[in-house]
Design a protein. Structure first.
Length: 68
């Protein structure tokens, strides 16, 4: 899921994995692994998306709560 979003965002900005690695300071190997399904640390994903001008936020909801 996050890997697919990363790939889509990177491609929309016409960046290669190598270019994004240089821009974000995260290794090419790490970016490649994330895009291929390996779960990243939040700090890593925040740094990568920040390099592309995106903000990362987390929304936690209580799925057991029913709202009428």
């Amino acid at each position: 899921m996050i890997g697919e979003l990363l790939r889509k965002t990177r491609q929309e900005q016409n960046l290669t994995q190598k270019q994004l690695a240089e821009k974000s300071g995260i290794s090419f190997v790490s970016i490649n692994r994330i895009e291929n399904g390996n779960p990243p640390r939040l700090s890593v994903i925040t740094k990568i998306f920040s390099a592309m001008g995106k903000e990362v936020s987390i929304n936690i909801t209580d799925s057991t709560q029913v709202v009428d």
